[in-house]
Ligand binder design. Structure first.
Ligand SMILES: Nc1ncnc2c1ncn2[C@@H]1O[C@H](COP(=O)(O)OP(=O)(O)O)[C@@H](O)[C@H]1O
Ligand SMILES: [Mg+2]
Length: 395
């Protein structure tokens, strides 16, 4: 069907009306924002693997609290940022930019004064030019700076939700860890309240790295761990999306889609979109689902895997073993189980194959199971099963 009318959005933020699930996490985050709006400072770490929906969740929560409460939200994407000053610069620049169509915009322009300049062809984009001196003041006096900002917009909004998304590059920065710690301490020891909620978003490993730099940080954060969708949520997502596009899919085919999605929203969009493009009419057929899964595998493989893994699983010597290893969607297996499925020639290549995949980080030994292996990354595991399905289709 026409790709233009696809209800799926691979690689893009999900529109509010297509957002599925996450009710407990939404409630928790909303609770934090509400508490902060009453003067109790909150700081959370939203973690989970890539593509699981961290950014979408915090964006959704932000939308809800901005709509329902006196909260100004600011969502800063810090992918690639490695130093604290750059993070501060982007944060305040974002606060300014996001206020453009809001009622408190003028207050911010007044607050930042001549540091604001108009840029862009039509002068419609604003930029905040902060000098080194400004940045070091903000680093030192972040809490008073936020207080001042809130004071200036208090006729319109009472509290600030600051989302620091994708802090992966900052997790190793000592100055970022120290800054977080001293910000939290400054708030804790201050007599004055601050209506601020900070949500830091990143992979779980990053929390470990931050805590490695500044051990007390581990206790500071409220942890919000995002897990895969349940099968029901995945089914709901597909059903809702196909409905919205005016297409129909049978219960049985829906189950097949759910199995290959493994609860990962990023895969749901990729697979859904591929099925949509493959389908010839509004009733989705079995061969279209299979073809869709196989196309999505191709796309995801190229986006996701390192070239070394990509070529290893496609190489002449390994691909038949690979296909048997990944024949079913699964997250772990035993060497002995896999061996049973192999021909004599394949058996001889098995240990080399396992070693190569382990060296590339696509597999790891399961310390709890003798002869056990597991996929460290769920997205890899699911991709492998889709890829294996694709091969079967080609034979
Ligand atoms: N709750 C959800 N409902 C619908 N789609 C979602 C949901 N969460 C994530 N997605 C989709 O999945 C993909 C990955 O989500 P994203 O929030 O970018 O993940 P992360 O930030 O964890 O890497 C995006 O295309 C997004 O639109
Ligand atoms: Mg993200």
């Amino acid at each position: 069907m026409n790709p233009e009318s696809s209800p799926f959005r691979p690689g893009q933020p999900v529109p509010i009306e297509f957002f599925v699930g996450r009710l407990p996490e939404i409630e928790r985050l909303r609770g934090m924002v509400n508490a902060s709006a009453q003067g109790r400072f909150k700081i959370g770490f939203v973690c989970g693997e890539r593509g699981i929906g961290k950014s979408s969740l915090v964006a959704f929560v932000r939308h809800l609290v901005e709509r329902d409460c006196d909260v100004a939200g600011c969502h800063v994407f810090l992918g690639g940022v490695q130093d604290l000053r750059e993070m501060l610069r982007r944060t305040f620049d974002r606060i300014l930019k996001e206020s453009i169509d809001k009622s408190w915009h003028q207050q911010l322009i007044n607050l930042f004064g001549n540091r604001v300049s108009k840029v862009g062809l039509f002068g419609v984009t604003l930029e905040l030019n902060l000098a080194e001196g400004d940045l070091s003041a903000m680093e030192r006096d972040f809490v008073p700076s936020v207080r001042q900002l809130l004071e200036s917009i208090k006729e319109h909004k009472k509290s600030l939700l600051l989302i620091l998304d994708d802090i992966n590059g900052l997790a190793n920065s000592e100055s970022f860890a120290n800054w977080l710690k001293s910000t939290v301490d400054a708030i804790a020891t201050s007599q004055e309240e601050i209506r601020l909620c900070i949500l830091v978003v990143g992979l779980e490993e990053r929390l470990g790295e931050l805590a490695g730099k500044q051990p007390s940080l581990a206790r500071v954060f409220e942890l919000i761990d995002i897990t895969p969708w349940s099968d029901d949520e995945v089914a709901q997502f597909y059903q809702q999306s196909f409905d919205a596009g005016g297409a129909e899919i049978s219960e049985e085919l829906l189950k097949g889609l759910v199995r290959f999605t493994g609860g990962l929203p990023v895969l749901a969009h990729e697979i859904g979109d591929a099925v949509w493009r493959t389908a010839r009419g509004p009733t989705i057929e079995k061969n279209e689902v299979l073809k869709g899964i196989s196309t999505a595998a191709e796309v995801i493989g190229r986006k996701l895997l390192t070239p070394q893994i990509f070529s290893a699983i496609r190489s002449e010597s390994y691909r038949s073993i690979f296909r048997k290893m990944a024949g079913e969607p699964r997250t772990h297996f035993r060497r002995a189980e896999l061996q049973k499925l192999l021909t004599d020639a394949e058996k001889r290549g098995l240990d080399n194959f396992l070693r190569r995949m382990t060296n590339l980080g696509a597999l790891e030994k399961d310390p709890e199971v003798r002869g056990g292996y597991r996929f460290p990354n769920l997205l890899h595991a699911l991709y492998f099963s889709m890829e294996s399905q694709r091969r079967r289709g080609e034979e």
